[in-house]
Design a protein around this ligand. Sequence first.
Ligand code: NAD
Ligand code: UGA
Length: 460
Amino acid sequence: MRIKNICCIGAGYVGGPSMAVIAKFCPDIQVNVVDTNPKRISQWNDKLLSNLPIYEPGLDEIIKKCRNKNLHFSTDIEYQIEKADMIFISVNTPTKTTGIGAGKAIDLRYVEASSREISKYATGHTIVVEKSTLPVKTAQTIKDILDATKNDASILKSKTFSVLSNPEFLAEGTAIKDLEDPDRVLIGGEDKEAMNALVKIYSNWIDKNKVMTTDLWSSELSKLIANAFLAQRISSINTISALCEATGAQIKDVALAVGMDKRIGKYFLNSGPGFGGSCFKKDILNLVYISNHYGLFDVASYWQKVLDINKWQQERFIELIVKKMFGTISSKKIAILGFSFKANTNDTRESPAIYICKKLIEEGAFLKIYDPKVNNEQISNDLSENKTTKWICCQTAYDALEDTDAGVFLTEWSEFEFLDWERISSMMIKPAWIFDTRLIVNIRKVKESGLNIWQVGYGN
Ligand code: NAD
Ligand code: UGA
């Protein structure tokens, strides 16, 4: 089966970059990314590449090369579905906020809406690929929806579907690198011909040995578990950061010593303000929900603890900041350095900065916020606070730190490594504190400049 037209439903952090990379390596395939959000689509089509809706290193070059050649962005969902031989579902899968399973289960409304659209408008044989992260067994729901129109007399052309699971493992900030050289590509399914068609697409740039095929349920579940294991490592190292602070051991050395054991591995052992991002929390909540659903209550509470520790780390940072600043931050000015949930992305979803900033504001502080990629509008949406009275957005780290009692580093942007601490010290209100939750600043230079410093995982 030769694929000529791909449609991707959802032009977000996954749909956009993943389809751009397919377009780059498969010039013979027309890739059409569609979305119900016209603003997002017009940003993808913006002539000025700095206006793309997503900041992701390397993405702009691919867009420049492929856009309007074999990569297209539109809101023309019906037509693109009709034309496609293969359709990726890359829509958002947030946690339900109301009804049964609220706060835990995945809200499948966007997946269901996409499946209904595919069922209605697809023609001939269509391979439908789950790219979104989905609860195990969702492929069955998709199949049931797709098949509902099969015998509909009003639909003249016969249509058939194959459903595959092809979860995405990219991380934001390194999305293009992850897509171009992934650790593995996972394809779950039952229809060998459809699976081969997808394997063939990936083999245009990925070694076949890295493409793993499984049944549908193993593929769906593996994605959730991969995220759960990654998040678990962060919660583990964050518990040890507190132990280091209490004992005088140094978190970086402990992480290095532990990670040098090949069985443990060196990655994902950076202690910080807890994991953010749109997926870890929602995917673990979902894992907890599924485990409870199957009566595996001990399994559920084991994974719930990973989330509890994440919250605990943020709570203890807030308490620590207040304690170090003589027990009150009321009417004090605090600079916030970094607002995105990690470096090299403009994404703020579930960013630890949101919770920490809200709590500092609640304690009475005035915040001066700087992030190299997150704009004022986004911060305003996230904090839902009256800008002028509680916080302001600054253009540089120096602007943010000027005339403040403390600076709190919440994202590991590399520019924070190279700050001029003599200059900063001369601008801050003394005695001033630097709280480094990411181990990003030059501790020696901060100390030499006469400022007080606290770093995560160090009892200084
Ligand atoms: P996103 O919110 O950035 O993008 C989803 C897009 O889907 C939105 O633009 C939305 O308008 C669109 N959409 C929703 N319903 C639609 C419909 N019926 N028709 C057309 N468009 C529709 O989400 P995302 O971050 O790209 O995540 C998408 C999925 O990928 C989620 O399941 C997520 O768990 C998974 N995932 C995300 C990442 C990541 O780094 N963000 C990585 C791996 C997997
Ligand atoms: C994560 C996974 O890494 C991806 O494999 C997965 O595809 C994706 O979720 C998803 O399903 O959405 P992402 O959330 O983009 O990717 O970024 P990560 O690099 O995993 O970072 C997540 C959070 O953990 C960030 O807040 C980051 O600062 C934090 N983190 C990460 C640490 O605190 N310490 C670490 O050592 C690593």
